[in-house]
Design a protein around this ligand. Structure first.
Ligand code: NAP
Length: 225
């Protein structure tokens, strides 16, 4: 799988690489209108997500995903190390009692102010205003975290893509039509299709029927830089 190879090549070269993932239905939805999203993709897609986590220095999510899912962000379905866990939550709306902040020996970083009940070892980075993705990545690089998985949700992935901060994205399309509910990638509008982002794409059908679109954004057209 090219996205895994790219992460390994970057690790061997000591080079930065920022990847993202998004699971969605055939009609581009990531949840029902009530927010039910477990699980759009099948177990093989979950395994791929854990493989991606095992190849990066840090996995990053936005406050919305922390509030909705309270994910652990650890590697459990494959062999490999669990990465540092990063949360962008400048209002600290998700609070401190999150699984991803639990003190398990991994690094935990929050873009936001410290809370009194943060578990021991949580590092905070001041974030008084919306953060440019490049500034987020620079702060992580300063802390030795160069290969980053932007795991969700759609708002955070979209902000990073719009800023040209994502090198590759794995879009996993499930053979399912939800018909309503929030959509995945949402970017500032364009007038004409010749302004659309056209990544270089390799596809692969996973055993459960999900189709992986392994997208190289850097090799494509109309990617912000
Ligand atoms: N299908 C998938 O692959 C997948 C993956 C993960 C999550 N999800 C689903 O996605 C939903 C949550 O996604 P979401 O789009 O609502 O939220 P989200 O992307 O998880 O979080 C967005 C929030 O994070 C903060 N944030 C992110 N980037 C920021 C930046 N550069 N500067 C400042 N703040 C930033 C902001 O919080 P504030 O507005 O509080 O400042 C923003 O509103 C859940 O239903 C979850 O289940 C789906």
């Amino acid at each position: 799988m090219r996205i895994i190879e790219a992460l390994r090549e970057a690790a061997a070269a000591g080079a930065p690489l920022v990847v993202a993932q998004l699971g969605q239905s055939l009609d581009g939805r990531i949840a029902t209108p009530s927010g039910h999203s477990h699980y759009i993709n099948g177990p093989e897609a979950i395994t791929l997500l854990h493989r991606l986590r095992a190849e990066v220095d840090a996995v990053l999510i936005g406050a919305g995903t922390a509030r909705a899912d309270d994910p652990q962000l650890t590697v459990r379905h494959v062999d490999g190390p669990s990465p540092a866990r990063v949360l962008i939550d400048r209002r600290r709306s998700a609070g401190a009692r999150l699984k991803l902040l639990a003190d398990d020996g991994r690094r935990r970083i929050v873009f936001g102010a410290p809370l009194a009940d943060d578990p021991p070892g949580v590092e905070t980075i001041p974030a008084d205003a919306p953060l440019a993705p490049a500034a987020v990545l620079a702060a992580l690089a300063e802390r030795g975290l160069n290969r980053v998985l932007v795991e969700g949700g759609a708002t955070t992935v979209s902000l990073f893509i719009a800023a040209g901060a994502i090198d590759r994205i794995a879009v996993l399309v499930a053979p399912m039509i939800i018909g309503s509910g929030p959509t995945g990638i949402a970017l500032p509008p364009i007038d004409r299709l010749d302004g659309a982002i056209r990544p270089v794409v390799a596809t692969e059908t996973l055993p459960g029927g999900d189709v992986l679109f392994d997208c190289d954004l850097r090799g494509g057209q109309n990617v912000a830089r």
